[in-house]
Design a protein. Sequence first.
Length: 288
Amino acid sequence: MPWFKVDDGFHGHPKVVDLSMAAIGLWTVAGSWCAKYLTDGFVPDRTVTRLGGSPDEAAELVKSVLWDAAEGGYQFKDWEDYQPLKEEVEAERLAAQERMKKVRAAKRGVRANKDRTDDERSGEQPANVRDVFGRSSEEVRVAPSHPIPSHPSTSKEVDSSPAVSNYSTEFAQWWEVYPRKASKADAAKAFTAARKTTDLATLTAGAQSYALLNIGQDKSLLKFPAGWLRSRRWEDEDQVAFTPDKAWQPSQAPIQHHVARPADCPIHANYPMPCDSCARDRDEGREF
């Protein structure tokens, strides 16, 4: 069961502080409805009414850019960046079903072996029953999608994705530049789709620009890599030249200030104009 995720800073976000409580309530309840029915953030007009919302409250959410007006209803802004997508949820469910089938098949195989005689089994190595089927159905189901209490942030986010060697060289180069490391497998899928229409240099330059704009920011507040790619956010970034050996590092070159030096006196060498030595000569009545 997917969960609708709300950040703990939502209450003080600039888009939220001026909203009525009714509009905030509509946004929250509609979000849980979208997560339940896997609509990828689309809320039909009739659902707004059924949830107790009004056109005025929906208009508040559109004005604050939390929703976009859409044909037949409304669309959550940037849903794919922060919330589960239908395709991802269904893929996880299918993978869990396959894992459960394998566990049940392993259990059946061990039970059948119990009916064999000791002579039939004497030449076999004993199986580790725990390795074969010791996990319960709870252990092989999809990992819980409910929010997990946050802990003090560390310099790197934990990523249980496969090793870099399982990904393409192009993706590994882009991944090194993108500032947030999360949901790597999903990001690889989104990257493959993006590469069908956009060259690597453009994707990498966009990622570097996004990183430069967010130097010093809490990484947990940045966009998920897959969401950034699916939303084609590189088109919103100011492109900068990509240098792999100095990815998203600010320039360390000192700023040089050039100040024009006044012209030297034609009579007294190394005396800038106006010449103090000439002034003294004039005061003392000397010709020059």
